[in-house]
Design a protein around this ligand. Structure first.
Ligand code: HEM
Ligand code: MG
Length: 331
């Protein structure tokens, strides 16, 4: 039975996380790595199993321990990823591509790992290209150069909230203008804006205070985005964090959800899968449309585990104004 999400750790302050117990090691042949620099780093340091295969509980524990991610953000990301691309029978998710290491798939299920394009992974990432251009996983040097250029131009050499807004706008405009398949619907709008602020909240050393807080230097950025490695002596964030600042970034450069409908530069706004401004819509459509399409008629243990994981996901909402959806009935 999939266990409920682990709670917060006892100590939630800053501490050395690149310690003797968590040496960095390069991925071995067969180790899975994917589109998330945060999870890749945790696997490379052994906070997650180094093969890149983990249960939701292991992921939630690791992001809290290694990065001081807050429980709410940890549960949202983890259960969305697991329900869409994990193995709901073995309770294992690949942080990279599809692999037999997650065990035999439930009949008809995707179980393709976080690298699978179009469910969680999406377009207009900061340092990875769009799937249309052939590689949406590997570190992209040109895109990182643009990350540095924007940090120089708008942040005095650091990535901060001002840079995040300008770069988010730039990446969306680049996708609109060059990717005929550009998709930026509800969940992706949320994750794209969210991922824009994660480096500010979680990649900056937790000992930084005052004017240095929330300012990510380029050596540190490269260490995480390219090498999946904590800088030497890195201390995690000083308080539990996640998407703080997302509303500032959106307010500065607001892009509505939508997609290119007929080639490049044919972007049409589309709120059918919710939007940042309508979080309940994202949750409701995710469960009612996306999950239901992935699992039209689950039976037995699969149905039970889907329902449990959907209960755990619903803790992301935490509001009675957004009722829980039960596509498979209540147990
Ligand atoms: C991107 C999953 C935690 C930082 C992504 C992507 C996925 C993902 C699927 C690819 C989206 C895309 O850009 O197309 C998850 C899951 C997590 C998690 C399931 C579990 C809690 C974290 C943590 C951090 C982080 C703890 C930071 C410490 C990022 C960043 C990106 C990203 C910065 C954007 C990369 C870019 O745009 O180039 N994550 N993530 N994530 N993640 Fe995570
Ligand atoms: Mg992407």
């Amino acid at each position: 039975v999939p266990p409920p999400p682990p709670g917060p750790p006892v100590f939630t302050g800053t501490k050395l996380v690149y310690d003797d117990a968590h040496p960095w090691m390069p991925a071995r042949p067969g180790d899975m790595r994917g589109p998330c620099p945060g999870l890749n780093t945790l696997a490379a340091h052994g906070y997650l199993p180094r093969n890149g295969i983990a249960s939701p509980s292991q992921i939630i524990t690791a992001v809290q321990e290694g990065f001081n991610m807050n429980g709410q953000a940890a549960r949202v990301a983890t259960y969305i990823g697991h329900i869409l691309e994990g193995n709901l029978l073995t309770d294992l998710l690949s942080i990279g591509g599809k692999t037999r290491l997650t065990g035999p798939d439930p009949p008809g299920a995707s179980v393709a790992g976080l690298s699978n394009h179009g469910t969680f992974e999406g377009d207009s990432s900061m340092t990875r290209g769009d799937n249309f251009f052939g590689n949406h996983i590997a570190f992209n040097k040109d895109l990182f150069d643009q990350f540095v250029e924007f940090s120089n131009k708008y942040g005095g050499g650091f990535y901060n909230l001002t840079v995040a807004a300008e770069l988010r706008a730039q990446r969306i405009q680049q996708s609109i203008a060059t990717n005929p398949n550009f998709k930026f619907l509800g969940l992706r709008q949320l994750t794209a804006y969210g991922e824009s602020v994660l480096p500010i909240n979680l990649f900056v050393d937790g000992r930084k205070t005052g004017a240095e807080k929330g300012q990510l230097d380029m050596d540190t950025a490269l260490s995480f985005f390219r090498d999946f490695r904590f800088p030497k002596g890195f201390f995690r964030a000083a308080e539990p964090g996640g998407a703080q600042g997302i509303q500032d970034v959106f307010a500065a450069r607001p892009f509505q959800p939508g997609r290119n409908v007929d080639g490049v530069n044919t972007f049409v706004v589309d709120h059918s899968l919710g939007s940042l401004a309508n979080f309940c819509g994202i949750y409701t459509q995710l469960v009612n449309t996306t999950v239901r399409a992935a699992y039209p008629d689950p039976k037995g243990v699969l149905r039970r585990n889907l329902n449990l994981n959907l209960d755990y996901l619903y803790t992301m909402v935490g509001s009675t104004n957004c009722p829980q959806v039960f596509p498979y009935g209540r147990d």
